[in-house]
Ligand binder design. Structure first.
Ligand code: BEZ
Length: 251
């Protein structure tokens, strides 16, 4: 299971919330609307949604994230809940989700809960990792893990194609109005940007390798970083090979 260092998340990976701001334009929350923010993290985008005059509930499956969100924004509502278990039928005018749904292995359960939470006519506006997301980074870490431990470790994120995801939403009576899959090479902060990214987010890969000591893990990160230098370091800057899926669907 992924655990989060909320200080590192906000300090070195603030781009997560920054890119999410683009998605807020697509959400276009209106005063008086009820909005559910799925995967609210430390609450920064939840607060932006609230600035529109909507009533927002921030939801996250990480207790640490929710604790930090409550410290950051004591006036807002947050719930520590897994989206798959969320059960507030026909309550929200909109469900918003940024950089979260690739963490939810039970994607069908998440789609079911989201569809149920929407009022008829309510909308889902979501963005997360799509098919091929971080393929270069995952391949480099997997190769380094294989070299160091002999283990072949599949990643456990959910990175669907537009076709797969749209079809699944349709099975939950959502009508897909728009869908995109696009590259978003994402600059990482500082000379240690790639190793910080792998330390922060690589839990999905490392958790599946048996008997991984901290020493071996550090070696794996160093080897993966060295391997990625040729392709993911340009003009003094590390990049993550993000590829996003963005979806607007209506109940
Ligand atoms: C992403 O935002 O695409 C992502 C972040 C961490 C791990 C995997 C994917």
């Amino acid at each position: 299971m992924q655990t989060w260092n909320t200080q590192l998340y906000d300090g070195k990976h603030g781009f997560v919330a920054k890119y999410g701001e683009e998605l807020l334009g697509l959400l276009d929350a209106q005063p008086g609307e009820a909005v559910l923010d799925v995967g609210c993290g430390t609450g920064h985008l939840t607060a932006k949604i609230a600035e529109s005059g909507a009533t927002v509930l921030g939801l996250d499956s990480s207790a640490d994230m929710i604790a930090q969100a409550r410290v950051n924004y004591p006036a807002l509502l947050f719930t520590h809940t897994d989206i798959v278990a969320f059960d507030q039928p026909k309550t929200f005018d909109a469900v918003f989700s940024n950089a979260t749904l690739h963490w939810v292995r039970d994607a069908n359960g998440a789609a079911r809960a989201i569809a149920a939470a929407l009022k008829p006519g309510g909308r889902l506006v979501a963005e997360f990792g799509g098919a091929g997301n971080i393929a270069g980074i995952a391949t480099a870490v997997q190769a380094a893990l294989r070299d160091a431990t002999g283990q072949d470790v599949p990643h456990n994120w959910y990175f669907p194609t537009v076709g797969e995801y749209a079809s699944m939403l349709e099975t939950h009576n959502l009508t897909v109005h728009a869908a995109w899959l696009f590259e978003r090479p994402t600059p990482l902060d500082g000379a240690d940007g790639m190793r910080n990214w792998i330390s922060m987010f690589g839990g999905g890969l490392f958790a599946r390798a048996a008997n991984l000591s901290n020493d071996v893990k550090r070696q794996v990160i160093e080897r993966a970083e060295a391997h990625l230098f040729a392709t993911h370091f340009k003009n003094g800057q590390w990049f993550a090979d993000y590829r996003r899926i963005r979806i607007v669907a209506v109940r």
